[in-house]
Design a binder for this molecule. Structure first.
Ligand code: GGG
Length: 355
């Protein structure tokens, strides 16, 4: 399926709230999309299930029907959050990791941007983490064996040229479209010289690929070991523009970067492939606040904006982002993660008024 947007009469959006506060924030994103009216093709929402709760009910965390409907009947999707257990459960496998693989959503794009005090003022943090989404330790090949001194656990970490090249291409494309055009490759090649070495070299080689023809000549390339990248992120976030990383480093760095802008509850993402895109707040299912009605809906609304922007609906995306920025800037209607006292519904209503 093509991502071309011009001829669409309607936009079929799969909604997979999954677990915990996903069930509270995805409906808020839906309401924000509905408020856009004719700025986007008429949205048609398709409710789908996946997650830990689905597993406990049905024995399957990612029903085949969910994958089939997304693949065959939807133009895009929004995923909430999942409560995967941190112990091995026979028959269970993370549905979000599986979905990214099933739909070949190889790029997880996570912008982390602070909202400036005044409109037009430069944001103090303005970066994008581009996380490889299909391999690294997330291939989840783990083994537990008995060794001479007790149990031994092993995990396979897979880095391929193919996956590193396409995430590199995505990162260069994004960097080239930004004013600073600066790309930092995150790795740990001083220790993992084979796996991270392949990632680094493959990303570095993108400008020399056939067909690039000097397109990325304006992009400056830097490298940073992942540990020092986190240190520098906290000390001088302004040095970063686009950061490209293997799966696990990208996951950790984007959560760390979220701390710089006030809350994980503000950070959106898309899982993007060549023919499908799925928005997803970076935060998890937050069992500590589940059901209390105080989850921050802004990351999900921003994820909807990012998804629409990726599909080419710039006007609709801008309206969502501007409304969210206004609500944050005013500071009157914020959830507790941002030191406010408002509920999810109150924040949504404030955003809807701005839209
Ligand atoms: N929206 C992000 C999210 O749900 N994070 C939780 C998560 O990814 N948990 C690990 C997993 O289930 O794979």
């Amino acid at each position: 399926r093509s991502l071309s947007t011009t001829a669409r009469q309607s936009l079929r959006i799969g909604l997979i709230p999954a677990d915990g506060i996903g069930k509270e924030v995805i409906p808020a994103a839906r309401a924000a999309i509905e408020a856009l009216g004719s700025d986007i093709p008429k949205p048609q929402f398709v409710d789908l299930v996946a997650g830990w709760e689905t597993f406990t009910r049905t024995g399957v965390a990612l029903p085949q029907d969910t994958v089939d409907v997304l693949r065959n009947e939807c133009d895009c999707a929004l995923f909430g959050s999942v409560s995967s257990p941190s112990r091995k459960v026979v028959g269970y496998s993370s549905p979000i990791v599986a979905l990214r693989k099933e739909l070949d959503l190889y790029a997880n794009i996570r912008p982390v941007v602070s909202v400036s005090a005044e409109v037009g003022q430069k944001a103090s943090v303005d970066l994008i983490v581009v996380r490889e989404n299909t391999e690294c330790l997330y291939v989840k090949q783990e083994q537990l064996t008995d060794g001479p001194n007790g149990k031994e656990a092993r995990a396979t970490r897979l880095i391929t040229e193919h996956a590193s090249r396409r995430i590199g291409q995505m990162a260069f494309k994004l960097a080239n479209a930004r004013p600073r055009k600066h790309l930092t490759i995150i790795h740990k090649s001083n220790v993992l010289s084979v796996t991270d070495g392949l990632f680094r070299e493959t990303v570095r080689s993108v400008p020399t690929l056939p067909g690039v023809d000097g397109k990325y000549d304006g992009v400056t390339i830097a490298e940073q070991l992942v540990d020092s990248a986190v240190y520098r992120l906290f000390r001088e976030p302004e040095i970063f523009d686009v950061m490209v990383a293997p799966n696990l480093y990208g996951d950790i760095i984007s959560d760390a970067a979220a701390a710089l802008v006030g809350s994980l509850g503000l950070i959106p993402s898309i899982n993007a492939g060549d023919s499908f895109v799925m928005g997803e707040p970076v935060h998890g299912s937050a069992p500590d606040i589940e059901g209390k009605g105080i989850a921050n809906p802004l990351a999900s609304i921003r994820s909807a904006a990012l998804m629409l922007r990726h599909l080419g609906y710039t006007k609709g995306a801008d309206r969502l982002d501007t409304a969210v920025d206004q609500v944050i800037r005013e500071g009157k209607t914020l959830t507790p993660d941002l030191k406010g006292t408002s509920t999810t519904t109150e924040v949504l209503e404030a955003v809807l008024k701005k839209i």
